[in-house]
Design a protein around this ligand. Structure first.
Ligand code: NDP
Length: 399
């Protein structure tokens, strides 16, 4: 029985709240707070199970967040606001000795760059405070990191080649929308690509490497090499990796619209003066795009996210592919969400459950692949994200 404080009432926040409320034997008290309280109230009204208390907070403001934590005294804070708030929320957790969990690593507002170094710098402080910080417990990062740890533990003596493949073959019927926060999503996609090979990072132009990859139950989809944050922690935690890459699918229309938005300057994060007021073009763009939480109705098709791994077991080469497919319409029917929010929110709830039940923990700051993957893998299917695996078959990414 524990009290949890969820920060952020967007697409992912709604899923985490629904899923925590559906496990009242662990999450006996739930507080949901965000910048806009009316969004918390709307979610609370729709949730079944543990009742949800709502509140308002500006999570950029450490003192305000400390006051909120002291008001409710939760065991754990789940951060599903934006990556910009990671450090201020970690500071508030330190000041109040509250455990912390998030789904995306810190990035500063004024530079489109994400890196773990800022959050890893909290390791000693969390250790001294005797609290646990869990980083990146969504799907990617999150489940993909746990899949990698599970594969390394059970199927390989050494893993050498890792390809994380992320396909959204869904159709939301909108001409252009992003499946998670538009600002964070567009910053991620428009930065230079990067992958790990033979002990160093190789940088490439944005979206310049691409090829069709075959996805289970979906078929071939054009997939683009991107830099994604779990590559940083996985290459550090699995030093036998000779190569680690991340691929994501985009439709041609999405790429065309994105190119136009870039060319006219709407994806820029450099402030401009508009009628005497300073505005950031990308923030303005976010304001006119659909909110991720609003995409669920009428969304059809599936996501398919997994890890394709090549390595050595008992002196022989082995391949292993593990993945989850998630259906947009089914998760909408279950809790009114779309599959990208769902595949992020379910692991966040389960990571929180692992911590509160003592299956994961320790004083310090950890990426999820550092924990025992087995209890998480034993339960993730029960909560809506079952997995499939193939051993010693050709890897689709290598075809
Ligand atoms: P949304 O934009 O739908 O929601 C973000 C929420 O955070 C909104 O409710 C917003 O409030 C709130 N928020 C923003 N700033 C503040 C602040 N200063 N104080 C309090 N609340 C604030 O985004 P998503 O739900 O799609 O994404 C949430 C997080 O999940 C992001 O960090 C994203 O990167 C991460 N993510 C991780 C994935 C993974 O697999 N690991 C995949 C997808 C997303 P308001 O409504 O007022 O703007």
């Amino acid at each position: 029985m524990a009290k949890v404080l969820i920060i952020g009432a967007g697409g992912v926040g709604a899923v985490v709240t629904h899923k925590c409320a559906s496990v009242p034997e662990v999450f006996s008290e739930i507080v949901l707070a965000s910048r806009t309280k009316s969004k918390c109230d709307k979610i609370a009204a729709a949730v079944k199970g543990t009742p949800v208390i709502t509140d308002q907070v500006d999570a950029d403001n450490v003192e305000e967040t400390i006051a909120l934590i002291r008001k409710y005294n939760p065991d754990l804070l789940i951060n599903v606001a934006l990556p910009y708030q990671d450090l201020s929320l970690m500071d508030a957790c330190l000041a109040t000795k509250t455990h912390y969990l998030d789904t995306a690593n810190y990035e500063p507002k004024d530079v489109a760059k994400f890196e773990y170094k800022w959050q890893w710098a909290y390791r000693d402080k969390f250790k001294q405070a005797g609290i646990t910080g869990i980083l990146g417990c969504g799907f990617d990062p999150g489940v993909t990191s746990i899949y990698t740890a599970y594969a390394a533990k059970h199927y390989f003596d050494e893993i050498h080649y890792l390809d994380i493949v992320d396909c959204n073959a869904g159709d939301h019927g909108k001409s252009f929308a992003t499946n998670f926060n538009p600002e964070i999503n567009i910053r991620e996609i428009t930065q230079r690509g990067k992958y790990w090979e033979n002990g160093k990072w190789i940088e490439v132009d944005p979206l310049s490497i691409h090829k069709p990859i075959d996805y289970p139950n979906i078929g071939e989809k054009e997939s683009y090499l991107l830099y994604h944050e779990e590559l940083e922690s996985l290459t550090a935690n699995f030093p036998t990796l000779k190569r680690a890459r991340f691929w994501m699918t985009f439709g041609q229309k999405y790429i065309n619209v994105l190119n136009v938005l870039q060319e006219v300057g709407l994806t820029s994060i450099k402030p401009i003066n508009y009628e005497g007021k300073e505005i950031v073009p990308l923030q303005f763009l976010k304001a006119v795009l659909p909110e991720p939480a609003s995409l669920g109705e009428g969304y059809t098709g599936q996501t398919s996210i997994g890890c394709q791994i090549r390595g050595i077991k008992d002196g022989k080469e082995r391949t292993y592919y593990i993945w989850n497919n998630c259906d947009h319409a089914l998760v909408y029917k279950e809790i009114g969400a779309q599959a990208v929010s769902y595949t992020t929110g379910v692991p966040a709830m389960l990571g929180a459950k692992m911590l509160l039940e003592g299956k994961w923990g320790g004083a310090g700051v950890f990426n999820v692949e550092e924990f025992n993957p087995d209890p998480f893998m034993a339960e993730i299917g029960t909560y809506g994200l079952p997995w499939n695996e193939q051993i010693d078959e050709p890897l689709p990414v290598e075809k």
